[in-house]
Design a protein around this ligand. Structure first.
Ligand code: PEP
Ligand code: CO
Length: 443
């Protein structure tokens, strides 16, 4: 008979992408410290999010899930968090006005510190070192010492998450998300970041501002009251240390974030990540890349959502603009045939990454939109409902992704390329994305 799930059951399965900690005792000491620390999120919030995700799967609201590819300890200041939050609120305003529909905001924030890597090592000028795995594991600096996994970083990631979350909760509760303020930021944004050449964007933002002023759009509730956090549940020791029982129901909750996702590299139905997440009540995202085998779907769903609970599972498709047309319809058809409850999300970023001849990892805004368009069209053809998008962005005016109205060219990439991992949309490209999504939803 199958043994009862426990937070450490995953240890009986093969766990990919885990760091080789040099000192196991030190790892245990640091994990014990996290186990004793307070939870970051609470069961009631997790349940509320699941209900909202169920609404999104029925098209009653639309999910905007975004943030850095990798958060860093260095970039954790209040202004940096505020700028990211601001962009999400601005995108929220655009969508809520244009669709109009409620928007569900989920940040890739307050815990997105660990990265899966395709290559375990990195070589420069004949020197080979362990890959950078995110700030909760090692340092991006290319020295042997910096790249050696250090479990104290897990504790630092916990504290960093707590302080970011505290700030986000204060922003949300303290009036920062008041629509009148978003109105002022949008005005500032038009004058400071957008120039004459962004006419198309400024006109649409002006229309929204005028409408808010005249209170025409009742759907734009005055204040955004909910904000949720997410990250990839990659380092299972860390997730286990923050897994607690709900005192009311006895359910297990991963209290590191409201919702967690399983990456494209760790979604094996018999792997440790799926085993771990099968025991917690949090909503789960599963990243689906082009190597996904449709026959894995029943195994994944039976394990992660045996009760077929709505809002529990989001399939986050990152198939790439070239392959989505071929790969998505069979996945949708299988889900329809089996009657699985799924929130369909598009991550139009991770299937479209490439490296320029000058060595910059980038994505083109046009290709991102091409994948998104197909995502919406395929759902229309199949009669299913797009529930949201999952994307990587930052609140600054970086030059990491190509194109958009700023027409960022490969030769501009070195002007402000700051990401610790994948290229992110900048603030202007993010607002353009919101308008593009609104147009697709209106079709
Ligand atoms: C990510 O979201 O940063 C990521 C690594 O995604 P994926 O697992 O889809 O490659
Ligand atoms: Co990424």
């Amino acid at each position: 008979m199958k043994k009862k799930w426990q937070p450490n059951s995953w240890k009986n399965y093969s766990a990919l992408q885990q760091p080789e900690w040099p000192n196991k005792n030190e790892l245990s000491r640091n994990l014990t410290e996290i186990e004793k620390a307070p939870p970051l999120v609470f069961a009631g919030e997790v349940r509320k999010l699941k209900e909202k995700l169920a609404c999104a799967s029925q098209g009653k609201c639309f999910i905007l899930q975004g943030g850095d590819c990798a958060e860093t300890f260095a970039d954790s200041s209040a202004p940096s968090v505020r700028e990211k939050y601001k962009i999400l609120l601005q995108m929220n305003t655009i969508l809520a006005y244009e669709i109009p529909k409620d928007v569900l905001l989920i940040g890739r924030i307050a815990g997105q510190f660990a990265k899966p890597r395709t290559s375990q090592t990195e070589t420069h000028n004949g020197v080979t070192l362990q890959s950078y795995r995110g700030d909760s594991i090692n340092d991006i600096k290319f020295t042997k010492e910096a790249r050696t996994p250090d479990p104290k970083r897990l504790v630092q990631a916990y504290h960093q998450s707590a302080s970011t979350l505290n700030l986000l909760r204060a922003f949300t509760m303290g009036g920062f998300a008041d629509l009148n303020k978003i109105h002022i930021w949008n005005k500032e944004f038009i004058t400071s970041v957008l120039s004459e050449s962004h006419h198309h964007l400024t006109t649409r933002i002006d229309e929204i501002l005028a409408s808010i002023k005249n209170n025409e759009q009742e759907v734009l509730s005055k204040t955004i009251t909910d904000f949720y956090t997410s990250h990839e549940a990659l380092i299972l020791d860390y997730e286990q240390a923050l897994t607690r029982r709900d005192s009311l129901t006895n359910d297990w909750v991963d209290c590191s974030a409201h919702t967690l996702w399983i990456g494209d590299r760790t979604r094996q139905p018999n792997g440790a990540h799926v085993e771990f997440l099968s025991g917690v009540i949090n909503p789960i995202g599963i990243k689906i890349g082009p190597t996904f085998d449709v026959d894995d779907l029943p195994l994944l769903i039976n394990k992660l959502n045996p009760q077929n609970e709505p809002g529990k599972i989001a399939l986050v498709l990152r198939l790439g603009a070239e392959q989505i047309g071929e790969k998505l319809p069979p996945i949708i058809q299988k889900v329809q045939k089996e009657g699985y409850q799924i929130s369909w999300m598009s991550d139009p970023m991770h299937g479209n990454t490439y490296t320029t001849p000058s060595g910059y990892k980038t994505r083109s805004f046009d290709t991102i939109l091409t994948e998104l368009k197909q995502f919406f069209e395929i759902h229309r053809t199949e009669g299913t409902t797009p529930a949201g998008i999952h994307f990587e962005f930052t609140g600054e005016n970086v030059t990491e992704c190509l194109g958009g109205t700023q027409m960022i060219e490969p030769s501009n990439l070195d002007e402000c390329y700051e990401t610790a991992c994948d290229p992110r949309l900048n603030n202007v490209q993010s607002l353009e994305l919101a308008f593009a999504v609104a147009d697709l939803l209106k079709k």
